[in-house]
Design a protein around this ligand. Structure first.
Ligand code: C2O
Ligand code: CU
Length: 426
């Protein structure tokens, strides 16, 4: 069976012994709990989607929808999702991007499970531990299956929100076989919001490329990155920011008494309009958000760690169309080995070949520095780090979730062409 699993389009097993790998993952089972149970059903099937631009597209959809249904739960809930595959011959899985869960529920074909074949079913169960904005997608031949439509939003609402707002909505940007969609549409999105009201906008970059997002018509705050709240984030005005593939940014803004607010995705050319009235003045010279002014330190306790149990480096590059990590591609890359409890520092360098949004499964990491400069404001916790050519970051991972985990570029083409490796516990 192992030969039919393709985490990104390249054949798994990732170790020399796929069966052994899978057993190691499955030994780690979810703990029983008394938390409220939320149940969902996702059925993957081929279908045709009528686009708003008059065209139709052959897609692979969850429950007939592209994107799939939004899954919305509350922090602490027990979430159970029954996945069925109707007719996707190569099989499907669901990976819960950004969620910290037991390895056996991570949905990676060939690592934590075999791909679910037509007529088969798999039940995922995990606790929605950290509130935030997430998404889900197939992790069998993901470079193909995500662009065919097998993805959706996953929102974990906080029990107690650190921020006040009147409305919330989310914008999922994806490429469906190359066509950009916002919330499943080729048209602009509209968010109804009264003048003076405060709105939280969850932006999910589910496309394969870096996007530049601009906000016009109101000053705004970036309140969370990859689902993790920032501490006292500052008010941004006339700023744009970049989002790597796979990343999520939550925005908080207030609708003016007169006029609209526009949140625009430059890559897709699509935008969301909030409120009514006249269009905002679009300033021509926004400054690019430079990873600096996103909030304040929390306390001495949260001071970035300086010494580590393990130090690793990963250099992301492209040679002759082969995407490499430390000069090697997927099957040749030794796993990054850790022991439970380790504090691990990973230095991530982008040596070329495009933007590389680096994603680690099953963990959250803290960004320590960028190009040798320590981050000075709010602690930043991510599961996907956008790196651009020439940049080097240091991140801190606490090895607190035993199992076998993938680490890869979330440009899924790059991942399928070799820019993937494992983060494994001894
Ligand atoms: Cu969002 Cu390994 O993926
Ligand atoms: Cu890449």
């Amino acid at each position: 069976e192992a030969g039919s699993n393709h985490a990104h389009g390249v054949a798994i097993p990732v170790t020399n012994n796929g069966a052994l790998a899978m057993r190691a993952c499955n030994e780690i089972i979810a703990e029983a709990s008394e938390a409220p149970l939320r149940e969902f059903r996702l059925t993957a099937a081929q279908t045709v989607k009528e686009l708003d631009n008059g065209k139709s597209a052959k897609v692979w959809a969850f429950n007939g929808l592209v994107p799939g249904p939004e899954l919305r739960v509350t922090e602490g809930d027990r979430v159970r999702i029954v996945l069925n595959n109707k007719d996707i011959n190569e099989g499907v899985t669901v990976h819960w991007h950004g969620i910290v869960l037991p390895c056996s529920q991570d949905g990676v074909a060939g690592v934590s499970q075999n791909a679910v074949k037509p007529g088969e079913q798999f039940t995922y169960e995990f606790e929605a531990g950290y509130p935030g904005t997430y998404w889900y997608h197939s992790h069998q031949a993901s470079s193909e299956q995500v662009k065919k439509g097998l993805l959706g939003k996953l929102i974990v609402e906080p029990k107690n929100d650190a921020f006040d707002y009147d409305e919330e909505d989310s914008l999922l940007i994806q490429q469906l076989n190359g066509t950009y969609l916002m919330n499943g549409s080729t048209k602009d999105w509209n968010i109804e919001a009264a003048p003076g009201s405060t709105v939280r906008v969850r932006v999910i970059n589910a496309a394969n490329e870096t996007d530049t997002v601009s906000v016009n018509g109101a000053a705004y705050r970036i309140i969370a990155m990859d689902g993790h709240d920032l501490n006292e984030p500052g008010l941004l005005d006339n700023y744009e920011f970049q989002m790597g593939a796979g990343q999520r940014y939550d925005l908080l803004l207030q609708i003016p008494q007169q006029g609209k607010v526009i949140v625009a995705s430059k890559k897709s050319g699509l935008k969301a309009t909030l409120g009514t009235g006249s269009d905002p003045v679009i300033s021509s010279d926004p400054s690019l958000f430079s990873f600096v002014d996103y909030g304040k330190p929390v306390s001495d306790k949260s001071k970035a760690r300086l010494s580590f149990d393990r130090n690793y480096s990963v250099t992301l590059d492209q040679n002759l169309f082969v995407n490499t990590i430390n000069g090697k591609s997927f099957h040749e890359i030794p796993p990054m080995m850790v022991e439970e409890g380790d504090h691990v520092k990973i230095t991530i360098t982008n040596a070329g070949g495009g933007d590389h949004p680096f994603h680690l499964h099953g963990h959250v990491f803290r960004v320590l520095s960028r190009n040798g400069q320590p981050l000075s404001g709010s602690p930043v916790y991510l599961d996907t780090l956008l790196t651009q050519k020439g940049e080097a970051f240091e991140v801190h991972v606490i090895a607190d979730n035993p199992g076998l985990w993938m680490m890869h570029c979330h440009d899924l083409m790059h991942a399928s062409m070799g820019m993937s490796m494992m983060f494994n516990y001894e």
